[in-house]
Design a protein around this ligand. Structure first.
Ligand SMILES: O=C(O)C(=O)CO
Length: 386
């Protein structure tokens, strides 16, 4: 029908003049579109349900209900929409998180929940959701915003999004490390504001990777990916500290397992890659900073909570360490009045390590697929073992 209308004499189809096959292509495209439209009706988000026939409404109402706490990137929404498996409602904004009160209302009785890292999934929220909730899918690799114990107690399965963001996070970590060590923010500021005088022998000097020792706190996929990217800069040695040696991962980058103290003492660049857990909370504190060299650069792209920020401020402002690059802070956003923002040797980014279009789309697709698999009672692609 649509095809006929497009190609009627009233709507002259100029494509057909140049390609006799175009009509059959168009016909195929039109029927695909019509089919898709039918599929979408069955899974139209709840807030768009008005105007559907009562039969479709009845069919829809039998599908498991899902709430999505953010307008996630298109790939994930497309997967959910086209699955025909769920009916979903979402907080239709990416600019502000769903207010807690609204969230507590919206999760009532849902079977599935897709969240991002800004939502605390705790006892209060799980109580509000009630016993229907079977699957939680977070569009993040970090899971410090989830009460794992509560989820386990209630038998709720949890999906998350490791691996798909490894390249993007590693890439950003390298960018942040170089920005901090080679003082790029200071340099562009000087160039723009008239501080650029004659070429000077020691002006804006930084620290180079060539010949350095790079330390990784918490060796996982991301730590390995960072080291792989740093190796061509002629790093002399990679070392790492963790709760236990990780020989398989370490062998990929030829990294040596050292104690936490040795990591602090030897690292010219120390990159934090560990998850935030009760054990790692503020593990980077004055104890660590006091053992670091005053030429060392500290980089954190994991979670702000692993760092004691007052101690970091002290270490940076007294020259105990040379610089810090942070993609994560406590709180987020970090208030612009925070003392760390006053320091020239501290580069702060607004939690963008995984922020590439490709990665965010992959994260949203993985979160959607995890949810659908979980609701079908099948193994998820990436599921947390609780
Ligand atoms: O996925 C996460 O845990 C993030 O921090 C955002 O990429």
């Amino acid at each position: 029908m649509i095809h006929n209308r497009l190609c009627s004499p009233k709507h002259h189809c100029h494509l057909s003049d140049t390609c006799p096959q175009i009509h059959s292509h168009l016909a195929m495209w039109c029927s695909r579109m019509a089919l898709r439209r039918l599929q979408q009706v069955a899974v139209t988000p709840l807030n768009m349900a008005g105007g559907l026939t009562s039969k479709v409404q009845r069919e829809m109402s039998t599908l498991p209900r899902v709430y999505i706490t953010r307008q996630i990137p298109p790939e994930g929404l497309k997967i959910l929409r086209e699955s025909g498996q769920v009916q979903f409602e979402l907080w239709d904004s990416d600019d502000v998180p769903v207010p807690r009160k609204e969230l507590l209302q919206k999760v009532k009785g849902v079977a599935g929940l897709v969240c991002v890292l800004t939502e605390k999934i705790d006892t209060e929220l799980l109580d509000a959701a009630g016993p229907n909730l079977k699957v939680l899918s977070t569009m993040s690799v970090g899971f410090d915003h989830l009460s794992l114990e509560e989820l386990k107690k209630r038998g709720i399965r949890v999906g998350y999004t490791p691996d798909v963001l490894t390249d993007s996070v590693a890439e950003l970590t390298v960018a942040l490390l170089l920005t901090t060590s080679r003082r790029l923010v200071e340099a562009t500021h000087e160039a723009k504001t008239g501080g650029w005088g004659t070429w000077r022998t020691l002006w804006l000097c930084g620290h180079e990777l060539a010949g350095s020792t790079v330390g990784i706190l918490g060796l996982g996929r991301i730590g390995v990916a960072i080291a792989e990217r740093l190796a061509p800069f002629k790093v002399k040695k990679f070392i790492y500290a963790d709760v236990a040696p990780r020989p398989e991962l370490a062998s990929v980058i030829n990294a040596e397992y050292v104690s936490f103290d040795e990591l602090a003492k030897q690292s010219d660049f120390l990159s934090v890659c560990c998850a935030l857990t009760p054990e790692t909370k503020e593990i980077c504190n004055k104890d660590l900073f006091s053992k670091m060299k005053n030429t060392s650069i500290f980089i954190n792209t994991s979670r702000g909570g692993v760092v004691n920020q007052e101690d970091l401020y002290e270490a940076l402002s007294t020259g105990q360490i040379a610089g810090a690059g942070l993609d994560v802070t406590v709180p987020e956003p970090l208030p612009t009045s925070h003392p760390l923002f006053t320091l020239k040797n501290c580069v702060i980014l607004p939690h963008i390590a995984s922020a590439s279009y490709a990665t965010r789309n992959n994260m949203s697709a993985l979160a959607a697929n995890n949810l659908l698999l979980g609701l079908r009672g099948e193994p998820m692609i990436k599921e947390l073992k609780l």
